[in-house]
Design a protein around this ligand. Structure first.
Ligand code: PXP
Length: 252
């Protein structure tokens, strides 16, 4: 069995997304703060996985970062990628442990909505076969929608990451009724994905307040968290920020 597709020992594993460190670096065009150094600090704080997104416009992570991550970070790397020939070629060369296929639109501030697996089924299925042959564990970033989950299961991907943004945003905005509805939607999605034999991960928009709700769901294997964690790190340091999120997951 693929060791990356197994039940979690103490709550979900934590994937720390370092894109936001690269965004800060790129604001001044120099080399600081270095996202690779951030990855090493995150691992010292207890991160299980390092997540990054090489976007088509290279707005945060750059190609050179990807090469340095591969050389210097000896932990599972989760490469978030659009489904384009250019990205699939880069992934073939790098062979990260994990690839998460995401939708990408140039104008968006962050990944908005999930991948439309159903609407581009053949492309997704072919990419899953190609990446699987390169020993990458493929995950599809989708909404907790029955049709998308069924399409993901049929595509050959072993894993999905369910989009938690609507739930997390509602909770932060204090709209508890909407948050509860979104959480129920996620619960149903997780149950459907598990029944279809998919490993189920989750992420997007999670904070110290919203993370425990997901962390206490035993079916979730990994949580991928970036913006709130890096924001918290400004006040407590990156290693401590990772420790705080790990503690929040483990005590949930
Ligand atoms: N998961 C996926 C697939 C993402 O695209 C992102 C954002 O890069 C995240 C998780 C992390 O989201 P956030 O930065 O809001 O925590």
């Amino acid at each position: 069995m693929n060791p990356l597709v197994q039940p979690a020992p103490r709550g979900p594993l934590l994937g720390v997304n370092i894109d936001h460190v690269a965004t800060l670096r790129n604001a001044r065009g120099g080399d600081h703060p270095d996202p690779v150094r951030a990855a090493l600090h995150a691992l010292r704080g207890g991160a299980d996985i390092i997540t990054f997104h090489l976007r088509e416009d290279r707005r945060h992570i750059r190609d050179a970062d990807v090469h340095r991550l591969r050389e210097q970070v000896h932990a599972p790397l989760n490469f978030e990628s659009a489904l384009t020939p250019e990205m699939l070629d880069i992934i073939d060369g790098m062979r990260p442990a994990m690839v998460c296929l995401v939708p990408e639109r140039r104008q968006e501030l962050t990944t908005e909505g999930g991948l439309d697996v159903r609407g581009q089924f053949e492309r997704v299925r072919d990419a899953c076969a190609r990446l699987g042959a390169s020993d990458c564990r493929v995950s599809l970033f989708i909404e907790a929608d029955a049709q998308q989950i069924d399409a993901a299961a049929a595509s050959g991907a072993p894993c999905v990451e369910l989009h938690t943004g609507a739930f997390a945003d509602a909770l932060e905005a204090g709209d508890t009724q909407l948050a509860q509805r979104q959480l129920e939607r996620l619960r149903e999605g997780i149950a459907r994905a598990r029944a279809a034999g998919l490993q189920t991960n989750a992420g997007h928009g999670l904070t110290l307040r919203s993370t425990p709700e997901l962390a206490r769901m035993p079916e979730i294997r990994e949580l991928h968290i970036g913006h709130a964690l890096v924001g918290h790190a400004l006040f407590v340091g990156l290693e401590q920020a990772v420790r705080d999120f790990k503690a929040c997951i483990e005590s949930a």
